[in-house]
Design a binder for this molecule. Sequence first.
Ligand code: SAM
Length: 271
Amino acid sequence: MADNEYGPDFDISIPTIARVYDAILGGKDNFQADREGADAYMKHVPNSREVAVDNRAGLVKGVAYMAKHGIDQFLDIGAGLPTMQNTHQVAQKINPETKVCYVDNDPIVLRQGQALLATNDSTTIVTADLRDPQSILNHPEVNKVIDFTRPIGLMVVGLFMHFHDEENPGDWVKALLDACPSGSYLLMTDFADTGEEQQKAIEKAGLEALGNGWVRKPEKILANFHGLPLVPPGLEWVSRWFPGEPDREVPAAEDLAPHHRIMMAGLGYKA
Ligand code: SAM
């Protein structure tokens, strides 16, 4: 166990998803082991940073769509370390009354998040685990901010690839969705497997860096929306995904650089 300012139970010699992602994005909230994890990603997929940036852009597009369509409370699972254009900043720019509850299972996210959010009483962050949906649904802080009788923007962005299908992670999302009333949305991004080399490479990187980070066939990604209709254009490569703008001119999928064909996004609507 490494000695550090976070206390004896906090082992900085083991990389975490949040901090490796932060290191890939060029952030400063990471340790040597996390930077080595980021290096593994760069080794296998030299454009890993752009993959992460694609994913963040997907988050921003999805949140902006929901906020413009009346969603004024967001439950952002797997929030990550604060970076540019966080959910509350994107949504509150559109509707300053918006409430945001961030959830993450990494205690450093709570610590850094609290520092960032201290001045904002519509926004909170809690430590809880998607693997235990009831720990989220019954959390008193979550219930202070989120009203489960009104439509919710449920977000599972940049997280699902870290769970293997053998764990049935779709069941956890289903439990959360069941608690959200009609009018709610589910925003998800995930690593896709359409048989391309760069997709296998990012899986290899994740397994080397973190021991997880699998790709999924698009039909498996879709299955995790549990039959919700998707806002057009449906499930798409995130760099050509503009929810609610199916007629927008975007590059053909085959014209995208290979690393832009790793991350897919979709936005489901609970009628
Ligand atoms: N959502 C942000 C984004 O897309 O930019 C951050 C994505 S980051 C790659 C994934 C986040 O999920 C990390 O902060 C990690 O700590 C968190 N996470 C991992 N497993 C989790 C779990 N079982 N429950 C809740 N959060 C989890």
